[in-house]
Ligand binder design. Sequence first.
Ligand SMILES: [Zn+2]
Length: 277
Amino acid sequence: MKSIAKDFSNKDYEKHAALFFTEEGIVVNSHTSSPLLQFGKIVKELGIIINEAYEDGERPFIITCESLLTPDQMMKKGFHIESPKSFLISLQNEKIQQCILRAVHWLTWDSKLQHCSKCGTKIQKVFESTEKKCDSCKHSFYPKLSPAVMVLIQRENEVLLGRSAHFKPGVYSALAGFIDIGETAEQAAHREVKEEVGVEIGELEYFGTQSWPFPDSFMIAFKAQYLRGAIQIDANEIQDAQWFDLNNLPALPSHSSISRKLIESVLLKNKTWTHYE
Ligand SMILES: [Zn+2]
C-alpha cells in the first residue's frame, strides 16, 4: 500500500482501475454493477475531488474522495453509491470481493490510526506498505485482525443453527465467536459452542476462512459432529438456536458469506440440495 495523494501527474495512472469511496459508500457503475472504474476517466466525468489515494501493487487504486455531482446527476451519468457492506453481501465475483474487502479494511484502519499509541506522535500519511511507522519512536503498526471461529454442528440429517438479535428477521446461521487471548481456534470452537448452546461437539473438520472488515474480523470455519447435551441458550450471546432438518432449513445468510458456503457444503454432501434464498 503506497500513498500517491500528491502525485497524479503520472500518465500511467490515467487508465488504471480504481475503487472510489465517498463518505456515503463505494461508487458503482449502475450498468455493469462493477466498482472497478477507470481512474482518469472517472475523476473527470464525476468531478471527483480526491482526499487520499493509494497504490496497491497490481490491485486497483484505493481512492477516498468527494464528488461534485449530486446523487441524481451521478445517476444520469450511469453511476450510484452503495454501502460497501451491502454491496459485498450481494457480490458474487470473488476477485472483486477480495479487492473491496482489502480496501475497506485498509481505509477503516487507516482512519483510526492517526496517532502513535506508544508516544502520541501523529502518524504520517506517506508510507510504502501496510506497515505504518511512528517517525518519533519507530514503533510499527499493522492493520488489526480479530480472529473468530464458526462451527456448523451436524447430528445425522440435522444441523444446529442460531440467530443473533442483529440478524435479519428469520435468518439463522452457524454459531460463531471471537478467539480469546491464549486460546487456539479449536479450543475457542469447543468453548463457544458450549457457552452459546450448552452442547458438546466431537472433532473439528476445517472448512475455510474469510476476512470480513466490519470492522476487522477474520473468520475460521469448522464443521463438527454433535456429541451430547440438550440446547440451552445463553441469552446474552444469541437470541435463538434450534436443530433444523436439512430438508427444511430457515432463511440463511447471503451467498457471499462463509456461513452460507459452510451450510451449503453440508447440503451438497448429504445430497439434500434445494435452492434456498
Ligand atoms: Zn511513537
